[in-house]
Design a protein around this ligand. Structure first.
Ligand code: ASP
Ligand code: MG
Length: 408
């Protein structure tokens, strides 16, 4: 007997028929003798609908009340599922966040889970019940309902699995696992049987939308084995865990993000202090910089170029413009037409030949690189936006990810 947490996202509970279908999965696990906790999202589109209504009621809606409103979406689906399970002779009980309880801080709209009391849940499970928990919500110490941020049901599921010491946390969704890259961009992309938390974290933060980044961080920290599966097509999905098999491929996937902007601060004096002035100015404004290049030019002058998230561009420009005389620099320019393409794998930094392979492959295609960064499990290049798809396809092929399809 194992303890399994199953999470179903919005498309998997979009209507009554789908809720019945999701219930089949919980029943199958129960019939196999497992204890089952189900975590549900709201019906797809429902959270958007609720938040949009709230927005129409005031120019600046109160964040406590917006959470109170948004959390109702999940209350509907959990009750419907529990009613259905009970009707089919499988004792079930639905619980909202506060009924578990899932204690969070008081930051409405993006609350963090602080503690989960698993006693109540264990009692219900030992009593033979399927427990259906509302995702995305918790309760603050003042007793207010909080929500965990968009896509937060993944985090609820992982946190519950950690608190209950579950054997597996299964994330049921509308894709059948984690892919080597976006199949819409590269038809030869294929499903991975397994991947490590570190790689999944890189994939999630580099633009793969299968799992909320925070939930992956959480799963890695508490070592909760995660499995991404399709609600609609039976299959093994992708297991995300600590260990990678002995024969695991070094490179697991290629991700891309179009959320970057490339800023250049031009014509600064080429002194040892210039970099710290530019990046100190940004750091004081809490702006995260990802890739950096420095290009010296004539007459002891130098340019700094770096990437920031597109959401930070306006602020970055304004703080740098304010600091122009002190930097000092002559001009600031922005290029939004860039994309970051990343190769993700295990221990990449200790394999310099992989970095070479990446350069060779992109050079052979005459793709211009604006910047490069490497980390233990990621090599990223910044390319012109128009080259995004070609870069992803080229790297997918170069690292043998397209070949593996034929071998399967
Ligand atoms: N219903 C919430 C949302 O749409 C939480 C979730 O689906 O994970 O963001
Ligand atoms: Mg989701």
């Amino acid at each position: 007997m194992a303890l399994i947490v199953q999470k179903f996202g919005g498309t998997s509970v979009a209507d009554l028929e789908r809720i019945r279908h999701a219930a089949d999965k919980a029943i199958a696990a129960r019939d196999a003798g497992h204890q089952v906790v189900v975590v549900l999202s709201a019906m797809s589109g429902e959270t958007n609908r609720l938040l949009a209504m709230g927005q129409q009621m005031a120019a600046q809606p109160d964040s406590r009340e917006m959470d109170q409103l948004a959390a109702t979406g999940e209350q509907v689906t959990i009750a419907l599922m529990a009613i259905h399970l009970n009707g089919r002779g499988y004792p079930a009980v639905s619980l909202q966040g506060w009924q578990v309880p899932i204690a969070t801080n008081a930051v409405h709209g993006k609350a963090r889970i602080e503690q989960i009391d698993s006693e109540h849940l264990h009692r219900l499970l030992n009593d033979g019940r399927i427990v259906v928990v509302a995702g995305f919500q918790g309760v603050s110490s003042e007793g207010n309902i909080t929500t965990l941020g968009r896509g937060g049901s993944d985090t609820t599921a992982v946190a519950l699995a950690a608190a209950l010491n579950a054997d597996e946390c299964q994330i049921f969704t509308d894709v059948d696992g984690v892919y080597t890259t976006d199949p819409r961009m590269v038809p030869e992309a294929h499903r991975l049987d397994s991947i490590t938390f570190k790689e999944m974290l890189e994939l999630a933060s580099q633009g793969s939308k299968v799992l909320q980044t925070r939930s992956v961080e959480f799963a890695g920290k508490y070592r909760v084995p995660l499995r991404v599966l399709s609600t609609f097509v039976d299959g093994p999905g992708t297991l995300i865990s600590v260990e990678q098999g002995m024969e695991a491929p070094l490179v697991s996937g290629v991700a891309c993000s179009r959320q970057e902007a490339w800023i250049t601060v031009a014509h600064m004096p080429d002194t040892p202090f210039s970099a710290s002035r530019v990046f100190g100015t940004l750091a004081r404004a809490h702006i995260e910089v990802d890739m950096i290049t420095q290009t010296p030019n004539a007459h002891q002058r130098t340019d700094f170029s770096f990437s920031v998230s597109r959401t930070d561009v306006t602020q970055a420009i304004s703080v740098l413009a304010g600091a122009l005389p002190e930097l000092p620099a002559e001009a600031i320019s922005v290029n939004n037409d860039v994309a970051k393409v990343s190769v993700i794998g295990v221990a990449l930094r200790s394999h310099p030949e992989l970095v070479m392979k990446l350069f060779d492959a992109l050079a052979a295609e005459q793709i211009r690189l604006l910047a490069i960064t490497t980390s233990e499990s990621r090599i990223s290049v910044l390319v012109p936006d128009t080259e995004t798809e070609r870069s992803v396809r080229t790297l997918h092929r170069a690292f043998g990810l397209s070949v593996a399809v034929k071998a399967e």
